[in-house]
Ligand binder design. Structure first.
Ligand SMILES: CC(C)(COP(=O)(O)OP(=O)(O)OC[C@H]1O[C@@H](n2cnc3c(N)ncnc32)[C@H](O)[C@@H]1OP(=O)(O)O)[C@@H](O)C(=O)NCCC(=O)NCCS
Length: 142
């Protein structure tokens, strides 16, 4: 398993986070097409509010991040991303293990939202112990 270090993000991490956020939206094929400055502004707002970020590094190179919001009795994991060139090496799994054992309180429920076409993410979340809970449905009115 890869050996990751981790740190809670600070203001100096904004460009690492927004660059990875842009790649995350591309990989998810998200409808949300924001520019880097827009993503940075949104990220700043989240982190100055209720959200916390964690960057995971391998030999000093940032390779993954998580953005989450602690709620009263659960954690909402809003963003989770592993750099493209180092996927399928167990980094995502180890990062989730670090969050569960060193960052988040024990015995807490974690929730995520996954786009229904993001089959890779669904396979990953199931592999690390998540199960289906709700389905968001939509209809675009003419
Ligand atoms: C989803 C993601 C975080 C997985 O990270 P990763 O470091 O590659 O995952 P791991 O190597 O720890 O994989 C753990 C297990 O998840 C499953 N998995 C991961 N990637 C998979 C893939 N491409 N296809 C099928 N199963 C996969 C496998 O069971 C894997 O175990 P195995 O390699 O022993 O078979 C990464 O692909 C990513 O950042 N994707 C783009 C962003 C994204 O979609 N984020 C989630 C939004 S909800």
């Amino acid at each position: 398993m890869p050996k990751l270090s981790h740190r809670i993000t600070g203001p100096e991490d904004m460009s690492i986070l927004t660059n990875m956020n842009l790649q995350l939206l591309e990989d998810e094929q998200h409808r949300d097409r924001k520019s880097l400055p827009q993503l940075e502004e949104r990220m700043r707002g989240w982190l100055s509010g209720e959200y916390r970020g964690v960057i995971f590094s391998q030999v000093d190179e940032p390779v993954a991040y998580a953005l989450y919001r602690p709620d009263r009795d659960s954690i909402y994991l809003r963003q989770f991303f592993v750099a493209r060139h180092c996927r399928r090496q167990g980094i995502g799994k180890e990062a989730m293990e670090i969050l569960a054992t060193q960052v988040w309180p024990p015995d807490i429920r974690i929730t995520i939202e996954v786009l229904s076409h993001n089959q890779i993410a669904q396979a990953f979340w199931k592999a690390v112990g998540f199960r289906d809970y709700a389905i968001t449905m939509e209809k675009q009115l003419p």
